[in-house]
Ligand binder design. Structure first.
Ligand code: OAD
Length: 264
């Protein structure tokens, strides 16, 4: 038996995708939590464990949850940060970093708050939902630097009182976008502009249900791009994209790069 990478057969329609990718000058990729799941970072739909077992991730990722119980929410984000710091980029992250060097204009947009794309070699990643590594003050919005290294936590995580801002004394908050908050303006504009101009748009490892990020796929469809959904599970987007590839990104993306640019 091989390791699965060689045995995966892309659907016949992918000849069209491969041709389109080879010919394209502008390619956009939108990633979601599924791309990091093969690195051991749980998605938002996975059942939570440890102290967070009884909480829905979507309930913790809100301004009202932070206002109600800051130690619970800060502790949860520290636990996620520790998970990410201990994780390594996977073959899917690396394939996207390689693709950037093979397409004249390549834009990588992510909903992920981890840095696994960057650690795989991608640069200028457009982070639509913020970054775990960039907390800031709720009061004066000044950035806050985490202590270096991985936070020491029990396996199930723990409640942690958030630090206070050295400048104004207000509470520090995680550097992520919560449900009900607006996306950061410049990343959103960059994402929109690249999406409206691209010839191929790949949606990778996202349930494509959280707005407005999910609407990017529809903008690409409306703009006439060849659109692709890569996900091991069925999603609502499958019916509207040009090509729906059912498989994990850690397997599909390296194969796509190999077949599109053999020898690269
Ligand atoms: P979700 O957790 O909603 O969806 C993850 C998707 O990844 C699912 O559709 C899975 O089927 C798929 N998946 C799982 N393993 C995979 C693999 N190995 N390869 C490819 N796909 C795989 O995550 P997102 O779509 O990223 O927002 O969620 C979007 C936003 O909702 C997140 O950024 C976060 C969340 O709540 C905020 O926190 C604001």
């Amino acid at each position: 038996m091989g390791n699965g990478l060689r045995t995966l057969v892309l659907p016949a329609v992918d000849a069209r995708l491969i041709e389109a990718l080879r010919a394209a000058t502008r390619v956009v990729v939108l990633t979601g939590a599924g791309v990091s799941s093969e690195s051991g970072v749980p998605t938002f739909r996975d059942r939570q464990s440890g102290l967070w077992e009884t909480f829905d991730a979507a309930e913790l990722a809100t301004p009202s949850a932070y206002a109600r119980d800051p130690a619970l929410v800060w502790g949860w984000y520290e636990w996620r940060r520790a998970t990410v710091l201990a994780a390594q980029p996977n073959a899917g992250h690396r394939a996207l970093a390689a693709m950037a060097g093979l397409v004249p204009q390549f834009t990588l947009i992510t909903q992920n708050v981890d840095d696994l794309h960057e650690r795989a070699g991608s640069s200028c990643v457009v982070h639509l939902h913020g970054e775990l590594s960039r907390p800031y003050c709720e009061g004066c919005r000044q950035g806050y630097a985490h202590a270096p290294g991985v936070p020491e936590l029990p396996p199930g995580g723990k409640r942690i009182e958030p630090p206070r801002c050295a400048a104004c004394g207000a509470r520090i908050r995680p550097g992520v976008v919560w449900f009900g908050e607006s996306l950061p303006h410049l990343p959103w504009l960059a994402a929109l502009e690249a999406t409206r101009a691209c010839e191929v748009f790949l949606c990778c490892g996202t349930s494509a249900v959280v707005q407005p990020a999910a609407s990017l796929a529809n903008f690409a469809i409306d703009a006439g791009a060849l659109t692709v959904q890569v996900n091991p599970n069925q999603t609502d987007l499958d019916a509207s994209v040009t090509v729906a590839i059912r498989g994990p990104t850690g397997m599909v993306l390296p194969q796509l790069v190999r077949e599109t640019w053999p020898g690269a």
